[in-house]
Design a protein around this ligand. Structure first.
Ligand code: NDP
Length: 287
């Protein structure tokens, strides 16, 4: 069997067009243009590419974006001041602090300082708590993009065995919370696997839907996949042979039923959901 490709790029285009339409209506009715402020500390090349992509997408959807670029030598206190100013700026609706921050900075303090109503990445403990209780203010962009991909592709999530490989606060943990909710697009039986999981290949083979977010090139091999399963590859790994995911794509494609490519899978959906959150943030703050 050769798996069907889940085309995240095309789906992201559809979602972005929907959001652009909603944003135009919101601006027409309220006179407010949603605005995302991106904070990019230092000169990490990959982060620059990500932030550029996010800002371009914002502008293409009719929203404003601001870029703040403190140097890598910035202190935690200076960054907290900057976040405080953005929190107080009524023209800014969403704040994105691009990760990773330089090691000298207390990342948790900075992320916790973002006002929950402007926390479009959904990293703030208030927002994580609301997600866990099934009444989200914002959903985190990557897991939300994956959920949209599954729902819009017609995948059966309710009752499915889902294995999420990787337990980061950005992808794995919120993905588990979202798919286990008693809610539409969820109701799955979710296993969260990580580096201490025993018999990992066996655990992965249980999955009807396997979501891999560990940051190890081509880690998931064909023997770890149940025939016909849906495989979502979140990984972005820069290797000598270019950008590759966490899934051994060519081999797994021969076993899986559906699979996302890298690039062109989860990445574009992450950006689309950031736009959704920015519009939602503007709505919340405009009453
Ligand atoms: P982190 O690096 O924060 O965490 C990695 C997770 O993988 C940890 O839970 C770790 O387990 C687990 N892990 C690592 N090695 C193994 C192993 N050998 N076996 C089992 N589990 C393992 O991950 P992120 O979620 O931040 O990122 C994961 C990948 O996704 C990266 O490639 C990143 O670039 C990409 N990414 C892509 C996005 C997109 O939009 N496409 C968005 C965000 C991330 P433990 O907890 O036990 O250490």
């Amino acid at each position: 069997m050769t798996a069907a490709i889940l085309d995240g790029k095309a789906m992201a285009g559809t979602i972005r067009a929907e959001i652009a339409e909603q944003a135009a209506r919101f601006t027409r009715e309220s006179g407010v243009t949603p605005c995302l402020a991106a904070v990019l500390v230092g000169d990490d090349a990959a982060s620059q590419v990500y932030v550029r992509g996010k800002r371009k997408a914002c502008e293409a959807a009719g929203m404003r974006s601001e870029l703040l670029t403190p140097p890598a030598t910035t202190t935690t206190e200076e960054l907290l001041d900057l976040v405080g100013r953005l929190n107080d700026d009524p023209a800014v609706h969403g704040i994105l602090v691009q990760l990773p921050l330089p090691e000298s900075i207390d990342e948790l303090r900075v992320l916790d300082a973002v006002r929950p109503e402007k926390d479009v990445d959904a990293f703030h403990p208030h927002n994580v708590g609301l997600i866990s209780q099934g009444r989200p203010r914002f959903l985190p962009c990557t897991p939300h993009g994956i959920q949209q991909l599954l729902v819009r592709s017609g995948m059966e999530i309710a009752g499915a065995e889902v294995v999420v490989l990787g337990r980061s606060d950005i992808v794995g943990k919120p993905m588990m919370l979202m798919l286990a909710q008693k809610a539409a697009g969820a109701n799955a039986t979710v296993t969260l696997a990580h580096s201490r999981t025993r018999n990992l290949p066996e655990v992965c083979r249980r999955a009807d839907i396997l979501i891999v977010a560990i940051g190890r090139a081509k880690f998931l091999t064909a023997d770890m996949v149940k025939p016909g399963a849906t495989v979502v590859d979140v990984g972005i790994n820069r290797t000598e042979s270019g950008l590759v995911g966490d899934v051994d794509f060519d081999a797994v494609r021969e076993v899986a039923g559906h699979i996302t490519p890298v690039p062109g899978g989860v990445g574009p959906l992450t950006i689309a959901m950031l736009l959704k959150n920015t519009l939602e943030a503007a709505r919340l703050q405009t009453g």
